[in-house]
Design a protein around this ligand. Sequence first.
Ligand SMILES: [Mg+2]
Length: 121
Amino acid sequence: MKTCLVVDDSKVIRKVARHILEALNFSVSEAGDGREALERCREAQPDVILLDWNMPVMSGMDFLRALRASEGGWKPKVVFCTTENGMAYIRAAIEAGADEYVMKPFDRDTLESKLQIVGVA
Ligand SMILES: [Mg+2]
């Protein structure tokens, strides 16, 4: 079973993502901010990370930079979640080490196709 870490400060988004990912046969864990996500990754690097941009404590971008600089931190594929007005950040996120991005709100088909693109679904 592939593992996915869902990183988002919205409990509702995490719940929706978990529902979709479990239907796609992923084992899902959650983090509410970047710092918590780094701790999860230190315990075990997931196969893929679904990453929100705006979060308290540590943003998605700061998390991504710290992850990629850490040992084994290039293992997880990172799908960065953005909203339409966050489009300007996509290039920066890709440069920081994100593999793909998905627009919020996403549905099962969209998420599945992004997971296929990064090679985990
Ligand atoms: Mg957020």
